[in-house]
Design a protein around this ligand. Structure first.
Ligand code: ADP
Ligand code: ZN
Ligand code: ZN
Length: 665
C-alpha cells in the first residue's frame, strides 16, 4: 500500500474487483488457513450482527502475534532433560553441576533450574555439548478428591451430563457459595474423559491463581488466556487449543475466539458480569458469542450466576434455556440475613452511622471480620466551596473532580487528569473549601479512627495496581484475625473469605439513581454479590445496608424477596417499557472535539433510518470527556430483523479523523 507492505487476511480467492490497479500478493505467510472455517463463519456472522467491518472483526478474533505475521507453530515448552549421552567433565564445573542436577531430578522447567542457581548460559552450553535437550512438560497428575455433591448439585450435574450430545443452554442459578464450580468440574469430567475440550469463560477479575488451581487440582491439560500474557504466550495457547493439546481453556472475554479441535462443552461463570461486554471498537458480548458457538458446534453451554442477567432469565421464561437451581449453600453455611439502616437524620463518622458502628463492634468482638463496601475510590467525590457553592471541575470533562488524599490531589475519574488541590476557592478566593461525599479513602480514615485496635485494609484500584498486591492483601485477611476491609467492587467478585461475618453496604442509593436503564440490575447484582461474601463458613453472616431512600421499592424488594423477586419485577418493567431483553435496541454514538459535527452526523443518520423508533440524538450522560463532545441516538425495534434492516440502511459519509462514531447492538 503506497510504498509500504502490509499483512492482510485473504478470505476468498475466486473474486472479481471493481478496482483496476490491484497489486499482486507478495508473499503467502501461512501454509494452512490461520482462521479455521468455524471462526471464519463466526467472524462473518459478527460482522453482520454488530455491523462492523470484517477486517476489524478478524483483527479482534485473531491473536495479536498471528496478526503481525508470527509463525503459527507450537513450540516446545521451556523444559529440559539429560540426553542418553554421558557427561563427565569435572573441569567444566558449572555444566557438570547442572548435568548432575538434571540427572537426579528428571525433566525440569528452565525457570526451576535458574531458581536452583544454574545459569541459562550453562544450559545452552550443555545442550551444545549434546548432554541436555528440550522436552515436553511432564503431565501433572490431578490430586484432589472431589466432595460428595449436594442433592441440588447432583441434580444439576446429572441433567447436564445427560445431554452432552447436542445444543442445550442451561442457566445455573446458584446462590453465592452454593458450589457452582463443583457442578462445572463434574460436568467437565466426562467430556474430557471422552477426548473432548472445554472452554471456561470467567470475568476479568476472577481469573486468579486460585481459580486456575481449582481446575488444575482436578484435571491435567488446563490452559489459561488473559490480558497479562505476552502476545507470544497467547498465540501458543491458541495454537495448542486448535491442535487439541489442551483439554480445558480458562479465559476472559476474548478467549471466546479460541479455535478448538473437539469442543464438547462451554461454561460461562458469572454470566451477568459486565466484563463480558467489550465496550469499545467491536462491541461484542462474549456471553452471547459463547451461546452462538455452542449452537454452531451443537454442544451444551452452562451459564452460571448467583444473579443472572435479565437477558438469560428472559430466555428461561421463553423456554429457550433450562434453569438449574442451587438454592442453598454447600457445606454448613446459611445465607446471611439482611438489615436496612434508615440514614435520614442519622449521625455518622465518615459514612459510618451510629447503628452500623455498634454492629461492627459486635462482630469484631466475636472475632469476626468485617467487609465495608463503597463503590467509589478516592477521599471525596467533590470539593465544594461552603461560601459560594463553587465545585472543582475537570477542565476537559463535564465532570467533578474527586479529591484524593494519598497522594493529595484532585483526580478526574473519566480522563485521569490530575490537578493540585487549591488552598482557596477559585471563584470567591475564600478558604472555605470542603470535601463533600464519601470515597474509600475517607471511609478508611473514619474506620481507623473508630476502630484503632484492628487493621483496616483498603482494597480498590489505587491500592492494588497489580494482581500480586491484591493477593498479598487477601493473604493477610485470610490469616483469619479480626480486621476490616473497605473497598470497591473488587471485593464483590468470587472471593472466599471464610471469616467475614459482616458485610456493610454504605451507600446503596447511588447506583439506583443512575440514568442507565441497566443501572438497577447492575446495582442489585453488586449488592447481592458483595453480600454473598458474608458468612461463607460456619458462623452465620449479616448484611447491613445504609440508605437515604429506605422506601425505594426496588431496594425493598431486593431485601425482602432476594434477587429472584427483584429480577422478576425488573424484567416485567423492561417488558412493559419495550426495552431489552424484550425488544432489541441499538445505540449509535458519535464523538468529536466539534460538538456540532458529532450532533450533525447523528441527525444525518436519523434521516437514513426507517422502520424503527428513534430517541435522540441527545448528549450522552457524560456529555464531554477529554474535551470531546459525545452524543447518542437510540434505536428501538419490534424485532431483530427490523433492527438489522434499519442499521443496514446507514450510509456513513466521508468523515474527518476527529469525528468518531460507533454502533452498539
Ligand atoms: P459458588 O461458586 O457457587 O459461589 P463455590 O463453588 O465457590 O460456590 O463453593 C463454595 C464452597 O463450598 C467452596 O469452598 C467449595 O469447596 C465448597 N463446596 C462446594 N460443593 C461442596 C459439596 N458438595 N460439599 C462440601 N463442600 C462443597
Ligand atoms: Zn467560593
Ligand atoms: Zn477529565
Amino acid at each position: 500500500f503506497g510504498r509500504s507492505s502490509t499483512i492482510g487476511i485473504c478470505v476468498a480467492t475466486n473474486v472479481t474487483s471493481a478496482h483496476e490497479k490491484l497489486k499482486e500478493v507478495t508473499e503467502l505467510l501461512d501454509d494452512v488457513a490461520i482462521v479455521p472455517a468455524e471462526l471464519m463463519s463466526l467472524a462473518q456472522w459478527m460482522s453482520s450482527y454488530y455491523h462492523h467491518p470484517l477486517g476489524e472483526v478478524l483483527a479482534t478474533v485473531l491473536p495479536a502475534a498471528a496478526r503481525k505475521g508470527a509463525a503459527c507453530t507450537i513450540e516446545l515448552d521451556d523444559y529440559w532433560q539429560v540426553t542418553a549421552a554421558a557427561f563427565d567433565n569435572p573441569r567444566a564445573h558449572a555444566q557438570q553441576g547442572l548435568f548432575d542436577y538434571l540427572e537426579e531430578h528428571g525433566p525440569c522447567a528452565g525457570e526451576a533450574l535458574v531458581a536452583a542457581g544454574h545459569k541459562r548460559q550453562t544450559l545452552r552450553n550443555l545442550v551444545k555439548a549434546g548432554a541436555a535437550q528440550q522436552c515436553a512438560a511432564p503431565v501433572s497428575t490431578p490430586t484432589e478428591v472431589p466432595p460428595q455433591p449436594t442433592p441440588a448439585q447432583a441434580q444439576a450435574i446429572d441433567t447436564i451430563i445427560g445431554s452432552l450430545e447436542g445444543f442445550h443452554a442451561y442457566l445455573l442459578e446458584g446462590v453465592t457459595g452454593s458450589g457452582k464450580t463443583e457442578v462445572y468440574l463434574r460436568a467437565i469430567a466426562p467430556v474430557v474423559a471422552g477426548g473432548g475440550q472445554v472452554l471456561v469463560l470467567v470475568p476479568e477479575i476472577a481469573l486468579t491463581p486460585q481459580t486456575l488451581g481449582r481446575f488444575q487440582r482436578r484435571f491435567s491439560g488446563v490452559g489459561m488466556l488473559h490480558s497479562n500474557l505476552t502476545d507470544h504466550e497467547r498465540l501458543q495457547t491458541w495454537l495448542k487449543c486448535a491442535a487439541g493439546d489442551l483439554a480445558i481453556l480458562i479465559g476472559t472475554r476474548s478467549a471466546v475466539f479460541t479455535p478448538f479441535r473437539q469442543l464438547g462443552l462451554i461454561i460461562v461463570d458469572e454470566e451477568h458480569d459486565a466484563s463480558y461486554k467489550q465496550q469499545e471498537g467491536l462491541r461484542y458480548s462474549a456471553r452471547d458469542l459463547a451461546t452462538k458457538r455452542a449452537r454452531d458446534h451443537d454442544i451444551p453451554i452452562v451459564l452460571g450466576s448467583a444473579t443472572p442477567s435479565l437477558e438469560s432469565l428472559y430466555n428461561v421464561a421463553r423456554q429457550r434455556y433450562t434453569k438449574l437451581s442451587l438454592p442453598f449453600r454447600a457445606g454448613n453455611a446459611d445465607m446471611p440475613s439482611y438489615h436496612l439502616i434508615d440514614m435520614r437524620g442519622q449521625q455518622h463518622t465518615d459514612g459510618i452511622s451510629t447503628p452500623l458502628e455498634r454492629v461492627i463492634r459486635k462482630h469484631l468482638a466475636a472475632s469476626g471480620q468485617v467487609l465495608v463496601f463503597l463503590n467509589r475510590r478516592g477521599y471525596a467525590p467533590s470539593l465544594l466551596c461552603a461560601a459560594c457553592g463553587w465545585v472543582a471541575q475537570c477542565s476537559d470533562c463535564d465532570a467533578r473532580l474527586t479529591l484524593h488524599n494519598t497522594p493529595r490531589q484532585l483526580v478526574c475519574h473519566h480522563c485521569s487528569l490530575r490537578f493540585e488541590v487549591p488552598d482557596a476557592c477559585e471563584a470567591c478566593g475564600l478558604h472555605s473549601l470542603m470535601p463533600v461525599g464519601l470515597g474509600t479513602q475517607r471511609t478508611e480514615a473514619g474506620l481507623t479512627q473508630l476502630f484503632p485496635e484492628v487493621p483496616v485494609y483498603r482494597i480498590d484500584r489505587d491500592t492494588t495496581r497489580s494482581n500480586r498486591r491484591l493477593e498479598e492483601q487477601f493473604a493477610k485477611v485470610n490469616s483469619g484475625r479480626p480486621c476490616i476491609m473497605v473497598g470497591t467492587q473488587m471485593l464483590a467478585k468470587g472471593h472466599h473469605f471464610p471469616n467475614v461475618t459482616l458485610v456493610a453496604v454504605l451507600n446503596a442509593d447511588a447506583g439506583f439513581l443512575s440514568p442507565d436503564f441497566r443501572a438497577p440490575e447492575r446495582t442489585a447484582q453488586l449488592i447481592v454479590q458483595v453480600a454473598g461474601r458474608a458468612g461463607r463458613a460456619e458462623r452465620p453472616g449479616e448484611v447491613w445496608i445504609q440508605s437515604y431512600q429506605p422506601d425505594n421499592p426496588t431496594l425493598r424488594r431486593l431485601i425482602e424477596e432476594g434477587y429472584p423477586g427483584f429480577a422478576e419485577a425488573e424484567l416485567a418493567a423492561r417488558i412493559s417499557a419495550a426495552m431489552p431483553p424484550a425488544h432489541p435496541m441499538a445505540m449509535l454514538r458519535a464523538e468529536s472535539n466539534d460538538a456540532q459535527a458529532a450532533l450533525g452526523l447523528l441527525n444525518q443518520f436519523k434521516q437514513q433510518l426507517r422502520g424503527v423508533e428513534l430517541l435522540g440524538p441527545v448528549p450522552a450522560p457524560l456529555a464531554r470527556i477529554a474535551n470531546r463532545s459525545r452524543y447518542q441516538l437510540m434505536l428501538l425495534a419490534q424485532t431483530r430483523s427490523q433492527l438489522h434492516q434499519a442499521l443496514n440502511q446507514l450510509q456513513p459519509p466521508k468523515l474527518p479523523h476527529t469525528l468518531r462514531w460507533s454502533i452498539d447492538v
